[in-house]
Design a protein around this ligand. Structure first.
Ligand code: PEP
Ligand code: MN
Length: 449
């Protein structure tokens, strides 16, 4: 039976005996158990065969033959699940991918932080405002953003809403992707509501014209491959709330291997990658492609242990290291990791998250990032990999399709005083559409070298 799934036997839960960081303090464990039983009865959101296809695409990234574009919100919200918002995120990713594919002449693997990115690790368990201290917001999958005692109580019913909102999002993404919206002939229409106002939009319009010319030339030559009319787009999220991820895991009936069917790719965050921790144990038992965030404290020995635990068979595409060192430190810290991993013979995909090492609080009190620092970290990432002969395999970015004002700099030169105008992120600041396209053009130039 191709692509079938069997319910997961409950005994495959070795992670439960290990410390699990960043888990909510659910007030009623029995209510959580009922929710997990319900989730176990639900259909998978993605199929094992799709996850394997993504592993094959990421293997090309690891071999140096493709580039990963992974992006989306820091935190999806239930309110953000609307046709307009999903379309605008997808459109931005498709535009960035067109810029990178055409500008850098490299196949681009497109993976959204979407349809499941609802859970957030936090540096503090509580938050204080005007003398009032409440539990911190841990993502819409756990509690509410609103600063009231009621909203901040973890509610397991939210895990069911996460499943349903992920399913609705994925359904529309699949419809757009297979229904003609992602056809390269639409390369102009993705830009329609944007071009007049933005320098990045105008630059994009010129690139779209070149793509059009290339397509017309190919058609005139009698070449019109189906690859141009549809694309692949995969989902990913941080596998943070292990009760949810475990309840969504299934055995694939073709291979009897286990998959986390909540998304195609999962990653382990900087705060949950402990070598003796539950997150690593859980991820080691599922066959999805797995990413691990590596921050500035990561040692080369830790990286090697992560490889042994997550990719003992050294399967290219299985493991992606997403480095997030900060612009000022990447040139110093990344070489030792890459050298040791390469010397060990492991073929991981190296990807740069230029967001999380570059967050600061602006004079206005907003959590922000500067476009220049983001760009500088990507430049450092390219410098290091070029110097060592390894492949700069991709970028992992927090972006949105809307004209928000959350990061400073970029084409419009946003400054701290602009941030209040449209600051909408439920968690970390995202590049807006214009900053995202700016970044794609600059990364394409770096890739070309
Ligand atoms: C994130 O990707 O939103 C995140 C929390 O990242 P990190 O684990 O790298 O801090
Ligand atoms: Mn984030």
């Amino acid at each position: 039976m191709p692509y079938g799934t069997l319910p997961s036997p409950l005994d495959e839960q070795t992670w439960r005996s290990m410390p699990a960081a960043q888990q909510p303090d659910w007030p009623d464990p029995a209510a959580l158990e009922r929710v997990c039983d319900e989730l176990r009865s639900y259909p998978p959101l993605v199929f094992a065969g799709e996850c394997d296809n993504l592993t094959a695409r990421l293997a090309a990234v690891a071999r140096g033959e493709a580039f990963l574009l992974q992006g989306g919100d820091c935190a999806e919200t239930f309110d953000g699940v609307s046709a307009d918002q999903i379309r605008s995120k997808l459109k931005t990713m498709l535009q960035m991918a067109a810029v990178l594919t055409f500008g850098a002449s490299v196949p681009v693997v497109k993976v959204g932080r979407i349809a499941g990115q609802y859970s957030k690790p936090r540096s503090q368990p509580t938050e204080t405002r005007d003398g009032v201290t409440l539990p911190t917001y841990r993502g819409d999958s756990v509690n509410g953003l609103e600063f009231t005692a009621g909203a901040r109580v973890p509610d397991p019913q939210r895990l069911l809403r996460m499943y349903n909102h992920s399913a609705a999002t994925l359904n529309l993404v699949r419809a757009f992707i297979t229904g003609g919206y992602a056809d390269l002939r639409e390369v102009h229409s993705w830009n329609q509501d944007f071009v007049r106002t933005s320098p990045a939009g105008q630059r994009y319009e010129r690139l779209a014209e070149e793509i059009d010319c290339a397509l017309s030339f190919m058609r005139a030559c009698g070449v019109d491959p189906t690859e141009l009319h549809r694309t692949e787009f995969y989902t990913s999220h941080e596998a943070l709330i292990l009760d949810y991820e475990c309840a969504m895991s299934r055995l694939d009936s073709r291979t009897t291997r286990r998959y986390d069917t909540s998304g195609h790719m999962i990653w382990i965050g900087e705060r949950t990658r402990q070598l003796d921790g539950a997150h690593l144990e859980f991820a080691s038992k599922v066959s999805n492609p797995v990413g691990v965030k590596l921050g500035p404290t990561t040692t080369a020995d830790e990286a090697l242990t992560l490889i042994d635990r997550l990719d003992p068979k050294r399967t290219p595409g299985r493991l992606t290291f997403i480095t997030r060192m900060g612009a000022e430190r990447i040139r110093d810290l990344l070489p030792a990791l890459v050298e040791k991993v390469t010397a060990e013979g492991a073929r991981v995909a190296w990807v740069c998250d230029p967001m999380h090492g570059n967050t600061f609080t602006a004079s206005t009190g907003h959590k922000t990032r500067s476009f220049d620092a983001v760009l500088d970290e990507v430049a450092g990432f390219f410098d290091v990999h070029r110097a060592l002969g390894s492949h700069p395999g991709g970028i992992h970015v927090e972006i949105t399709g809307d004209d928000v004002t959350e990061c400073v700099g970029g084409g419009f030169g946003l400054v701290a005083e602009d941030l209040h105008q449209r600051y909408e992120s439920a968690c970390d600041p995202r590049l807006n559409r214009s900053q995202s396209l700016d970044l794609a053009f600059l990364v394409a130039e770096m890739y070309r070298g």
